[in-house]
Design a protein around this ligand. Structure first.
Ligand code: ADP
Length: 407
């Protein structure tokens, strides 16, 4: 037989701190080990009774202080304790732990305090993050609105600068238009007075000659002088007629006008001259009106000038042809084409008093005045030589919008 002696006292000292009191006892037997050294050898009940349990009065006071608590399992050193029993897998020994409610409460409170603290820290962090985000967003919006405000200011400054430049430009344009009008007027008056002075001087000479011839009874010669004077008067009236048609400015007189009617009107005016010649005249125009905002008489004047030039240009051609082609659409386009000799000087064509015709046949005002009229109507008159033969004149005018053209 072997006897083993174990010193269990070390356990006793290490248990201290786990619970308020710990005992180990054999089943139904006395206490073998205990944190209260005086309990060893006693049965559990006797050990617990050793230290006086609270008196009835003390228990009543405790109960009223802590009325929510359940009845205490036992009392150690006069304090209500919770009893926990564990079975030790050695010879059926029991281990009983006594823990005061105060200790448990302290621990629970500590855990609760920890949890509350954790939760508070979490809340604080969350609030901090949220407020940081809000602050960042507010800063971002402020920055953005500042940028926008700056942009707005810059735009406004730019707009006002542009408006100023535009106003300056308008003033400059008006000045230029006025000075170019004055320049044109000066040029025109110089050219007109020169053109009119020439026949006037010639007429004076012819009249003086005719007077002498009459005095000498040379009637035939005097008659031819009168004839020359008559021609000169004709030339002068041609000049004044052209100028008159141009001078009849009519910005306010512009009315919706069907170009087809004006074209037919011009052909009617030219009919006597056309009939005198063996000429093939073709006319192509749309079946629906080609509406512009214009003045019929002045537009007819343009077409008459173009037709007269075409007639002159084809005077030496074997089979003369004139083509009129009218097109509506985005713009009203009238093309006058002939198979004459073509234009010899395209650069000076529209210059006032530029003519290649013999004196008496042309004064060189037709195209200058025609392009002036077309410009006044907001269009343009251009000329070119055709690839085949002859000249092509093209009048382009802004079309009148549909609602007005239906009137
Ligand atoms: P005018 O007919 O009195 O000479 P215009 O201004 O009408 O004055 O014409 C100026 C010049 O342009 C003409 O002298 C002529 O040389 C040229 N011209 C005009 N129309 C034509 C044409 N259809 N073909 C060739 N040349 C032309």
């Amino acid at each position: 037989m072997i006897v083993v002696e174990v010193d269990l006292r070390k356990f006793q000292s290490t248990w201290a701190g786990i619970s308020d009191a710990v005992i180990v006892s054999s089943p139904q037997g006395p206490i073998l080990l205990a944190t209260e050294k005086s309990w060893v050898g006693l049965p559990e009940k006797a050990a617990l009774a050793r230290r006086s349990a609270p008196s009835a009065i003390e228990r009543a006071i405790q109960a009223t202080q802590d009325w929510t608590a359940l009845p205490a399992d036992a009392y150690v050193r006069g304090k209500a304790v919770m009893r926990q029993e564990l079975l030790v897998p050695f010879r059926g020994w029991n281990m009983v732990l006594f823990t005061t409610y105060g200790g448990i409460r302290q621990r629970v409170n500590a855990v609760l305090a920890l949890e509350i603290m954790g939760f508070s820290i979490f809340l604080a962090l969350a609030f901090y993050q949220l407020s940081r985000q809000t602050l960042m967003r507010a800063l971002f919006f402020q920055q953005e609105s500042d940028d926008l405000r700056q942009l707005n200011i810059r735009l406004q400054r730019e707009i006002s600068e542009r408006q100023k430049v535009e106003k300056n430009l308008q003033v400059a344009e008006q000045t230029l238009a006025q000075s170019s009008k004055l320049a044109a007027l000066g040029e025109m008056s110089a050219a007109v007075s020169h053109e009119l002075n020439q026949p006037l001087a010639a007429m004076k000479t012819y009249l003086a000659g005719a007077k002498l011839l009459l005095q000498r009874k040379r009637l035939d010669e005097a008659f031819s002088s009168f004839q020359r004077i008559d021609d000169l008067i004709g030339r002068m009236s041609a000049i004044t007629r052209q100028l008159k048609s141009y001078a009849r400015k009519g910005g306010e007189d512009l009315v919706p006008l069907d170009v087809r009617l004006a074209l037919n009107g011009a052909l009617a005016i030219m009919e006597p001259q056309l009939k005198l010649r063996q000429i093939s005249l073709s006319k192509t125009m749309p079946s629906s009106p080609v509406m512009i905002l214009g003045d019929q008489l002045r537009f007819e004047q343009v077409v008459v000038n173009l037709l007269r030039n075409a007639l002159d240009a084809t005077s030496t051609v074997v089979s003369p042809e004139i083509e009129l082609f009218l097109l509506g659409g985005e713009t009203a386009t009238l093309t006058v084409r002939d198979n004459g000799d073509g234009i010899s000087d395209l650069d000076n064509l529209f210059e006032p008093f530029f003519t290649t015709k013999k004196p008496g046949d042309g004064v060189g005002l037709g195209l200058a005045i025609s392009s002036g009229i077309i410009n006044d109507l907001g269009g343009r008159l251009v000329a070119r030589n055709s690839d085949a033969a002859g000249a092509v004149f093209e009048v382009t005018l802004p079309i009148l919008n549909n609602e007005k053209s239906e009137i």
